[in-house]
Design a protein around this ligand. Structure first.
Ligand code: ZN
Length: 271
Protein backbone atom coordinates (compact mmCIF):
# COMPACT_ATOMS: atom_id res chain seq x y z
CA UNK A 1 0.00 0.00 0.00
CA UNK A 2 1.54 3.28 -1.13
CA UNK A 3 -0.13 5.67 1.34
CA UNK A 4 -1.87 5.47 4.69
CA UNK A 5 -4.36 7.82 6.27
CA UNK A 6 -2.84 10.19 8.82
CA UNK A 7 -4.09 10.38 12.42
CA UNK A 8 -5.96 13.68 11.95
CA UNK A 9 -7.91 12.28 9.00
CA UNK A 10 -8.86 9.15 10.94
CA UNK A 11 -9.94 11.23 13.95
CA UNK A 12 -12.18 13.42 11.77
CA UNK A 13 -13.62 10.31 10.16
CA UNK A 14 -14.33 8.62 13.51
CA UNK A 15 -15.94 11.82 14.82
CA UNK A 16 -18.10 12.05 11.69
CA UNK A 17 -16.76 15.51 10.78
CA UNK A 18 -15.12 14.50 7.50
CA UNK A 19 -16.78 15.72 4.28
CA UNK A 20 -18.52 13.08 2.15
CA UNK A 21 -16.00 12.97 -0.70
CA UNK A 22 -13.04 12.38 1.60
CA UNK A 23 -15.04 9.97 3.80
CA UNK A 24 -15.94 7.80 0.78
CA UNK A 25 -12.35 7.79 -0.43
CA UNK A 26 -11.10 6.88 3.05
CA UNK A 27 -13.71 4.09 3.36
CA UNK A 28 -12.50 2.58 0.10
CA UNK A 29 -9.00 2.59 1.53
CA UNK A 30 -10.13 1.16 4.89
CA UNK A 31 -11.80 -1.78 3.14
CA UNK A 32 -8.44 -2.76 1.69
CA UNK A 33 -6.05 -1.70 4.45
CA UNK A 34 -5.91 -3.68 7.63
CA UNK A 35 -3.37 -1.35 9.23
CA UNK A 36 -5.58 1.76 8.95
CA UNK A 37 -8.63 -0.23 10.09
CA UNK A 38 -6.72 -1.23 13.21
CA UNK A 39 -5.82 2.44 13.85
CA UNK A 40 -9.47 3.55 13.34
CA UNK A 41 -11.06 1.01 15.67
CA UNK A 42 -9.96 2.60 18.98
CA UNK A 43 -11.13 6.03 17.74
CA UNK A 44 -14.70 4.87 17.11
CA UNK A 45 -17.50 6.00 19.41
CA UNK A 46 -18.26 2.64 21.02
CA UNK A 47 -21.62 3.63 22.48
CA UNK A 48 -22.78 4.70 19.02
CA UNK A 49 -21.47 1.50 17.41
CA UNK A 50 -23.35 -0.54 20.01
CA UNK A 51 -26.57 1.37 19.33
CA UNK A 52 -26.25 0.99 15.55
CA UNK A 53 -25.46 -2.73 15.94
CA UNK A 54 -28.41 -3.24 18.28
CA UNK A 55 -30.70 -1.56 15.73
CA UNK A 56 -29.39 -3.78 12.93
CA UNK A 57 -29.80 -6.84 15.14
CA UNK A 58 -33.35 -5.88 16.02
CA UNK A 59 -34.23 -5.30 12.37
CA UNK A 60 -32.75 -8.57 11.14
CA UNK A 61 -33.74 -10.86 14.01
CA UNK A 62 -37.07 -9.46 15.18
CA UNK A 63 -39.87 -11.90 14.37
CA UNK A 64 -42.04 -10.46 11.63
CA UNK A 65 -45.71 -10.08 12.34
CA UNK A 66 -47.96 -11.85 9.89
CA UNK A 67 -50.82 -9.80 8.37
CA UNK A 68 -53.30 -11.68 10.59
CA UNK A 69 -51.23 -10.87 13.69
CA UNK A 70 -51.07 -7.19 12.73
CA UNK A 71 -54.86 -7.07 12.32
CA UNK A 72 -55.36 -8.74 15.73
CA UNK A 73 -52.96 -6.31 17.44
CA UNK A 74 -54.72 -3.40 15.78
CA UNK A 75 -58.02 -4.76 17.09
CA UNK A 76 -56.58 -4.50 20.60
CA UNK A 77 -55.52 -8.13 21.16
CA UNK A 78 -52.42 -8.33 23.36
CA UNK A 79 -49.10 -9.15 21.62
CA UNK A 80 -48.48 -12.65 22.99
CA UNK A 81 -52.08 -13.75 22.47
CA UNK A 82 -52.08 -12.28 18.94
CA UNK A 83 -48.96 -14.35 18.20
CA UNK A 84 -50.51 -17.58 19.50
CA UNK A 85 -53.71 -16.89 17.59
CA UNK A 86 -51.95 -15.89 14.37
CA UNK A 87 -49.95 -19.13 14.49
CA UNK A 88 -53.21 -21.08 14.23
CA UNK A 89 -52.90 -22.86 10.85
CA UNK A 90 -56.50 -22.05 10.01
CA UNK A 91 -55.98 -18.33 10.66
CA UNK A 92 -53.15 -17.96 8.17
CA UNK A 93 -53.64 -16.38 4.76
CA UNK A 94 -53.04 -19.62 2.77
CA UNK A 95 -55.76 -21.37 4.77
CA UNK A 96 -58.22 -18.51 4.44
CA UNK A 97 -57.41 -18.34 0.72
CA UNK A 98 -58.12 -22.09 0.41
CA UNK A 99 -61.46 -21.62 2.19
CA UNK A 100 -62.32 -18.71 -0.12
CA UNK A 101 -61.43 -20.89 -3.13
CA UNK A 102 -63.63 -23.79 -1.91
CA UNK A 103 -66.51 -21.35 -1.44
CA UNK A 104 -65.94 -19.81 -4.87
CA UNK A 105 -66.13 -23.28 -6.47
CA UNK A 106 -69.30 -24.08 -4.51
CA UNK A 107 -70.89 -20.79 -5.63
CA UNK A 108 -69.94 -21.42 -9.26
CA UNK A 109 -71.36 -24.98 -8.97
CA UNK A 110 -74.59 -23.62 -7.48
CA UNK A 111 -75.05 -21.36 -10.52
CA UNK A 112 -74.55 -24.30 -12.88
CA UNK A 113 -77.26 -26.65 -11.55
CA UNK A 114 -80.48 -26.73 -9.53
CA UNK A 115 -78.94 -28.84 -6.82
CA UNK A 116 -76.01 -26.45 -6.55
CA UNK A 117 -77.22 -24.67 -3.42
CA UNK A 118 -77.52 -28.05 -1.71
CA UNK A 119 -73.88 -28.77 -2.51
CA UNK A 120 -72.93 -25.36 -1.10
CA UNK A 121 -75.00 -26.01 2.04
CA UNK A 122 -73.44 -29.45 2.53
CA UNK A 123 -69.91 -28.12 2.10
CA UNK A 124 -70.21 -24.90 4.10
CA UNK A 125 -70.41 -26.45 7.61
CA UNK A 126 -67.35 -28.60 6.89
CA UNK A 127 -65.13 -25.54 6.41
CA UNK A 128 -65.32 -24.16 9.97
CA UNK A 129 -65.13 -27.74 11.23
CA UNK A 130 -61.86 -28.32 9.35
CA UNK A 131 -60.55 -24.94 10.52
CA UNK A 132 -61.30 -25.61 14.19
CA UNK A 133 -59.85 -29.14 13.86
CA UNK A 134 -56.63 -27.62 12.52
CA UNK A 135 -56.56 -25.20 15.45
CA UNK A 136 -56.47 -28.22 17.77
CA UNK A 137 -54.01 -30.68 16.45
CA UNK A 138 -50.37 -31.27 17.28
CA UNK A 139 -50.26 -32.96 13.85
CA UNK A 140 -50.79 -29.62 12.13
CA UNK A 141 -49.86 -26.96 14.58
CA UNK A 142 -46.24 -25.77 14.83
CA UNK A 143 -46.93 -23.87 18.07
CA UNK A 144 -48.60 -26.80 19.80
CA UNK A 145 -45.76 -27.09 22.34
CA UNK A 146 -45.63 -23.33 22.86
CA UNK A 147 -49.39 -23.39 23.36
CA UNK A 148 -48.96 -25.97 26.10
CA UNK A 149 -46.45 -23.76 27.90
CA UNK A 150 -48.34 -20.54 27.26
CA UNK A 151 -49.59 -18.51 30.23
CA UNK A 152 -53.07 -18.81 28.82
CA UNK A 153 -54.50 -22.17 29.83
CA UNK A 154 -54.37 -24.59 26.96
CA UNK A 155 -58.07 -25.30 26.77
CA UNK A 156 -58.97 -21.62 26.98
CA UNK A 157 -56.50 -20.94 24.18
CA UNK A 158 -58.11 -23.66 22.06
CA UNK A 159 -61.56 -22.22 22.69
CA UNK A 160 -60.37 -18.72 21.81
CA UNK A 161 -58.71 -19.97 18.62
CA UNK A 162 -61.79 -22.02 17.72
CA UNK A 163 -64.09 -19.03 18.20
CA UNK A 164 -61.98 -16.82 15.95
CA UNK A 165 -61.71 -19.58 13.30
CA UNK A 166 -65.47 -20.05 13.46
CA UNK A 167 -65.97 -16.29 13.14
CA UNK A 168 -63.60 -15.81 10.16
CA UNK A 169 -64.96 -18.85 8.28
CA UNK A 170 -68.55 -17.79 8.99
CA UNK A 171 -67.88 -14.29 7.64
CA UNK A 172 -66.26 -15.73 4.47
CA UNK A 173 -69.11 -18.21 3.97
CA UNK A 174 -71.71 -15.51 4.63
CA UNK A 175 -70.15 -13.30 1.94
CA UNK A 176 -70.04 -16.27 -0.48
CA UNK A 177 -73.69 -17.11 0.28
CA UNK A 178 -74.68 -13.65 -0.99
CA UNK A 179 -73.33 -14.68 -4.41
CA UNK A 180 -75.64 -17.72 -4.58
CA UNK A 181 -78.34 -17.60 -7.27
CA UNK A 182 -81.80 -16.50 -6.00
CA UNK A 183 -80.62 -15.64 -2.48
CA UNK A 184 -83.40 -16.58 -0.05
CA UNK A 185 -83.56 -17.99 3.48
CA UNK A 186 -81.97 -21.22 2.20
CA UNK A 187 -78.70 -19.35 1.66
CA UNK A 188 -78.34 -19.18 5.45
CA UNK A 189 -79.31 -22.82 6.10
CA UNK A 190 -75.65 -23.80 6.65
CA UNK A 191 -75.26 -21.55 9.69
CA UNK A 192 -76.93 -23.66 12.40
CA UNK A 193 -75.47 -26.96 11.12
CA UNK A 194 -72.00 -25.32 11.13
CA UNK A 195 -72.44 -24.08 14.69
CA UNK A 196 -73.87 -27.43 15.84
CA UNK A 197 -71.09 -29.49 14.25
CA UNK A 198 -68.31 -27.31 15.67
CA UNK A 199 -69.73 -27.14 19.20
CA UNK A 200 -70.50 -30.87 19.35
CA UNK A 201 -66.98 -31.71 18.12
CA UNK A 202 -65.32 -29.36 20.60
CA UNK A 203 -67.44 -30.79 23.44
CA UNK A 204 -66.48 -34.32 22.36
CA UNK A 205 -62.75 -33.44 22.47
CA UNK A 206 -63.07 -33.19 26.26
CA UNK A 207 -63.54 -36.98 26.24
CA UNK A 208 -61.99 -38.33 23.04
CA UNK A 209 -59.07 -37.33 20.80
CA UNK A 210 -59.53 -34.37 18.44
CA UNK A 211 -59.00 -36.62 15.39
CA UNK A 212 -61.88 -38.88 16.43
CA UNK A 213 -64.15 -36.04 17.50
CA UNK A 214 -63.77 -33.94 14.34
CA UNK A 215 -63.43 -36.91 11.97
CA UNK A 216 -66.46 -38.62 13.49
CA UNK A 217 -68.67 -35.52 13.43
CA UNK A 218 -67.65 -34.68 9.83
CA UNK A 219 -68.45 -38.26 8.73
CA UNK A 220 -71.81 -38.12 10.54
CA UNK A 221 -72.64 -34.84 8.78
CA UNK A 222 -71.87 -36.26 5.33
CA UNK A 223 -73.87 -39.40 6.25
CA UNK A 224 -76.86 -37.33 7.40
CA UNK A 225 -76.90 -35.26 4.19
CA UNK A 226 -76.72 -38.38 1.99
CA UNK A 227 -79.27 -40.41 3.99
CA UNK A 228 -81.73 -37.47 4.23
CA UNK A 229 -81.48 -36.97 0.48
CA UNK A 230 -81.89 -40.70 -0.24
CA UNK A 231 -84.85 -41.29 2.08
CA UNK A 232 -86.86 -38.13 1.31
CA UNK A 233 -85.89 -37.55 -2.30
CA UNK A 234 -85.41 -33.87 -1.38
CA UNK A 235 -81.86 -32.45 -1.69
CA UNK A 236 -82.70 -29.90 1.01
CA UNK A 237 -84.01 -32.48 3.51
CA UNK A 238 -80.98 -32.01 5.81
CA UNK A 239 -81.64 -28.26 5.87
CA UNK A 240 -85.41 -28.00 6.42
CA UNK A 241 -87.04 -26.50 9.52
CA UNK A 242 -87.02 -29.66 11.71
CA UNK A 243 -83.33 -30.21 10.82
CA UNK A 244 -82.54 -26.58 11.70
CA UNK A 245 -84.27 -27.03 15.06
CA UNK A 246 -82.27 -30.21 15.67
CA UNK A 247 -78.97 -28.45 14.92
CA UNK A 248 -79.90 -25.48 17.13
CA UNK A 249 -80.70 -27.91 19.96
CA UNK A 250 -77.44 -29.82 19.40
CA UNK A 251 -75.48 -26.53 19.48
CA UNK A 252 -77.20 -25.41 22.69
CA UNK A 253 -76.69 -28.76 24.44
CA UNK A 254 -73.04 -28.88 23.33
CA UNK A 255 -72.47 -25.33 24.62
CA UNK A 256 -73.91 -26.27 28.03
CA UNK A 257 -71.86 -29.48 28.16
CA UNK A 258 -68.76 -27.51 27.20
CA UNK A 259 -69.31 -24.93 29.94
CA UNK A 260 -69.81 -27.74 32.48
CA UNK A 261 -66.66 -29.59 31.29
CA UNK A 262 -64.63 -26.37 31.44
CA UNK A 263 -65.77 -25.80 35.03
CA UNK A 264 -64.80 -29.39 35.92
CA UNK A 265 -61.32 -28.88 34.40
CA UNK A 266 -60.82 -25.66 36.37
CA UNK A 267 -61.93 -27.35 39.58
CA UNK A 268 -59.57 -30.31 38.96
CA UNK A 269 -56.67 -27.95 38.32
CA UNK A 270 -57.29 -26.01 41.50
CA UNK A 271 -57.74 -29.13 43.64
ZN1 ZN B 1 -3.65 2.35 5.20
Amino acid sequence: MSWHADDALLEHYAAGTLDDARAFSLETHLLACEECRARTAPLADHARVETVWADVHELVDAPRRTPVERILVRLGVRDHIARLLAATPSLTLPWLAAVALCLAFAVVASRESDRGIAVFLALAPLLPLAGVAAAYGPWLDPTYEIGLAAPLRTFSLLLLRSSIVLLTTTVLTGVAALALPNVDSRAAAWLLPALGLVLVSVALTTWISAERAFGGVASCWIGVVIVARATSGDVYAAFDAPAQAAFATAAAVAAIVLAWRLKTFEAEREA
